[in-house]
Design a protein around this ligand. Sequence first.
Ligand SMILES: [Zn+2]
Length: 202
Amino acid sequence: MQDLITRLLIELGENPAREGLVRTPRRVETALNFLTSGYRADIDEVLNGALFNVDYSEMVIVRDIDFYSLCEHHLLPFFGKCHVAYIPNGRVIGLSKIPRLVDIFARRLQLQERMTNQIAETITAQINPLGVAVVCEGTHLCMSMRGVEKQNSYTITSAMFGAFRDQTRTRMEFLELLKHRSPGVGQAISATTPAGASCLDE
Ligand SMILES: [Zn+2]
């Protein structure tokens, strides 16, 4: 990878031998390996020992989970907050593991829509809850840095399964709880984002 990055620096018109760039290929390799470590993470291992049987069927919400990812179209960062809710059906996931799950899917080349779905699908597969809802709000540097969109715009994606999809009341309760911190989420969420819309494919 370091040879490729040296080559890239040359293609960009840089001199990879100048002082500030000498160690850049190694740094970039280390950074990219970390930022894509989700490919190599084992979900079962991460959740090992953190799935519990409980007699609890109220909504569980973990809000404002920071995520940092790379868009697969431009290899530029997108980042923001992820909110996860589910209604247990006899089983729960240790709360600290939910941000870990978000990290696993964020640390890949991603589309925000796919990441949102993958988090929801994984929770469904692991504990088969009565419903799962995942909402992500992201700022995409491939849009803001390139001036494609207004600098402060952000993209909201959501995945709603089970009770969150079927029962308006459940969905509204969840969105109301989010709205207290994130104005805008409540209204924007009902409109589904078309595939690929979070990062303009150009
Ligand atoms: Zn992009």
